[in-house]
Design a protein around this ligand. Structure first.
Ligand SMILES: Nc1ncnc2c1ncn2[C@@H]1O[C@H](COP(=O)(O)OP(=O)(O)O)[C@@H](O)[C@H]1O
Ligand SMILES: CC(=O)N[C@@H](CCC(=O)OP(=O)(O)O)C(=O)O
Length: 299
């Protein structure tokens, strides 16, 4: 009897630890960005799907926005097309845009939908083009103060959350690829997936934006040290932005945008750690980096 109690009690304690978090997050929308670099391992992808389905059954409304940078680069390579990044954004020729759309919507999104739907008829894939969910205009990169043409890369000008809301109201899990149509020229544009996730989180009035990536969080002095900043405010992050490099730039700009536009917290988590989403949402042990609105702007 006592051995049994010994074994069962810790499990019950874990469940009870989740109670205040379950209450707090019930019915809330959570936008989760799954980065291409965190999507390389089969077990991790399956664990990610389990976490998202768990959130849904725990009464939250998860929305998945996915990247696929490495997968796009691999496909371009196979076709003998060069990929080049400027200011963290892929220079996207018309030809490359076809590949971006095919890989994101036809490969990466399909795979995630398949993994989620192992647990039931929950996930529905779409791109920002569907039902005019995301509208974009051509974006230029800023390099040493110069405006540089990077082809079919877009910035979001408008978000229509109608289709996503309808899916959420129907109990589904929307899985969204970061592509948007332009109202100016009718073309489709390549949107950085962190930027898309942040814009959607703000437009949906999400409680939280979770960005899964391939590092532990925001390093204070990358690449010299692996000290992770566990928490910072929007103003503190704004000061750090000019020092950031590569993929962290759109990620942190996105987090800043989200918390400045009504999202209560933005979190960058290590997607290489299995079940990092569950640990973050339902336990007292926060991991990764949390960005909060400035005092006075918090709910
Ligand atoms: N201060 C920083 N803290 C953490 N990572 C950083 C920092 N500055 C730059 N990076 C780089 O940003 C990368 C994450 O961005 P990215 O490669 O675009 O990932 P994802 O595919 O998940 O969007 C990290 O792997 C790291 O190389
Ligand atoms: C404009 C731009 O750079 N778009 C990205 C879209 C995918 C993405 O953002 O994927 P990750 O989240 O895995 O980096 C690209 O073409 O790679």
């Amino acid at each position: 009897m006592s051995t049994r109690k010994h074994k069962v009690l810790p499990k019950a304690e874990i469940l009870i630890e989740a109670l205040p978090w379950l209450t707090r997050h019930h019915g809330k929308t959570v936008v989760i960005k799954f980065g291409g670099n965190a999507m390389v391992d089969e077990e991790l992808k399956a664990a990610f799907a389990q976490d998202v389905v768990f959130l849904r059954h725990a009464g939250l409304k998860p929305v998945v926005v996915h990247g696929g940078g490495p997968q796009i680069s691999a496909h371009l390579d196979r076709l003998g097309l060069v990929s080049e990044f400027k200011a963290g954004l892929r220079v996207t020729t018309d030809e490359a845009m076809d590949v971006v759309r095919m890989v994101l919507a036809g490969q990466v999104q399909r795979e995630l939908v398949g993994l989620l739907n192992r647990h039931g008829p929950l996930a529905v894939g779409m791109t920002g083009e569907d039902a005019h969910t995301m509208t974009a205009t051509k974006r230029y990169a800023e390099l040493d103060g110069e405006r540089v043409d990077i082809g079919r890369v877009g910035e979001i000008t408008e978000v229509d959350t109608g289709a996503i809301q309808a899916l959420l109201d129907d109990g589904r899990i929307p899985v969204i690829s970061s592509i948007a149509r332009s109202a100016d020229d009718g073309h489709v544009y390549n949107i950085n997936a962190d930027t898309a996730a942040a814009a959607l989180a703000a437009a949906l009035g999400a409680e939280t934006l979770i960005v899964l990536t391939d590092v532990e969080g925001l390093y204070a002095d990358w690449p010299n040290s692996d000290d992770v900043i566990s928490q910072l405010t929007a103003s503190e992050l704004e000061k750090l932005l000019p020092e950031l490099a590569s993929g962290m730039v759109p990620k942190m700009e996105g987090c800043l945008y989200a918390v400045r536009n009504g999202v209560n917290t933005a979190r960058v988590l290590d997607g290489r750690v299995q079940h990092s989403i569950l640990l973050e949402i339902f336990t007292d042990e926060g991991i990764g980096t949390m960005i909060l609105p400035d005092k006075g702007e918090r709910e």
